[in-house]
Design a protein around this ligand. Structure first.
Ligand SMILES: C[S@@+](CC[C@H](N)C(=O)[O-])C[C@H]1O[C@@H](n2cnc3c(N)ncnc32)[C@H](O)[C@@H]1O
Length: 323
């Protein structure tokens, strides 16, 4: 362990916190907002606000423009982590691709562009997808928790990403994906573990730190709704995927910095985008799980969000989560 000022951290992981660099302050949550935001908006513009309610799955995250914008920024940093690839499996001329819980449809649209001869279908309980899509991409309002009606052996590739907190029965979700795939087909399932961790041992080892409080509350909310926020922990995804019948399963985990503190240039950039994603999403994350599910008042929720935001922005916090 080495340190910078009063903070202990591993200098091979954490960059020079005084280095403003071309992107601005290395540590603030939303550093270089202006330059980042402008490049993000060039990268993808989001269509207007939309709200949907589902009779079958009460989903916890909002559907307003601010939140959807955050989701598309998360898409962008996820691609950066994955060597700018939309998928990891060795796909060979896929003909039919399914994106479960597609959100704004950004991944499905990009896949349709990449595979013009494939049909790409995105499903969601919310109609928040744009209408300007490639001709080989379409969206369906569909609850992935109900019985799938696509039929067996239909798709070459099933993709699902960031459905944590929205699914009560992951084994059944993976089983239905298995059944709808052709023999030799692939699934890719990507989920965030929402525990905010820290490269600073003092933060990481403090059981009362707001990072710990925050995730304990989300876990409690997930226990109460029966839709877990813990799916990306303890090898559960791989376990359920293999139990569904899949073979040749590969697991990969990324540490995703929150803010631009990482020494590695790619992770630094990822962290900057992630900081913007979290900045846009933090209050939206909290309202439903804490107020609706756990019964907090809005004042209490706002106070916790403010405390969390302050710690995320503190240069000593060196926060990240696992993807
Ligand atoms: C965090 S967003 C992720 C969107 C997209 N997968 C992405 O990574 O950009 C989660 C999405 O899952 C959808 N969702 C949640 N539960 C669902 C369910 N049971 N069936 C279908 N979609 C669901 C939500 O409406 C939301 O659009």
């Amino acid at each position: 362990m080495a340190g910078q000022g009063q903070i202990e951290f591993d200098t091979s992981v954490v960059g020079d916190l005084n280095d403003a660099g071309v992107e601005g302050d290395a540590t603030s949550l939303r550093d270089s907002t202006t330059s980042l935001a402008s490049s993000i908006y060039e990268y993808r513009t989001i269509h207007g606000r939309a709200y949907q309610s589902s009779n079958t799955t009460e989903y916890w995250a909002p559907k307003d423009a601010k939140h959807l914008e955050g989701n598309d920024i998360a898409h962008h940093y996820t691609l950066m982590l994955m060597n700018n690839k939309l998928y990891a499996p060795p796909l060979k001329d896929p003909k039919k691709i399914l994106d479960v819980g597609t959100g704004t449809g950004i991944w499905a649209i990009d896949m349709a562009d990449e595979f013009p001869s494939a049909e790409v279908i995105g499903t969601d309980i919310s109609a928040v997808q744009p209408s300007w899509v490639p001709p080989n991409c379409s969206f369906q309002i569909d609850d992935a928790q109900l019985d799938w009606t696509f039929g067996e052996g239909v798709f070459d590739f099933v993709h699902m990403r960031n459905l944590f907190g929205g699914i009560s029965d992951w084994p059944t979700l993976y089983r239905q994906a298995f059944e709808t795939l052709k023999p030799g087909g692939w699934i890719q399932s990507v989920e965030i573990d929402l525990e905010t961790r820290s490269e600073n041992p003092r933060v990481a080892n403090d059981p009362d730190h707001v990072f710990k409080t925050w995730c304990r509350l989300f876990w409690a909310a997930g226990d109460k709704t029966g839709r877990t926020f813990k799916i990306a922990r303890d090898g559960q995804m791989q376990k359920h995927i293999e139990e569904a019948g899949f073979v040749d399963a590969h697991h990969q985990m990324w540490k995703v910095p929150i803010g631009g503190w990482a020494r590695d240039p790619l992770l630094k950039r990822v962290g900057q985008y992630n900081g913007l994603y979290i900045d846009l999403s933090l209050d939206g994350f909290a309202v439903f799980p804490l107020a609706q599910v756990l019964g907090w008042t809005l004042d209490e929720v706002e106070a916790l969000v403010a405390k969390m935001r302050k710690q995320l922005e503190d240069p000593k916090s060196l926060p990240y989560y696992n993807l």
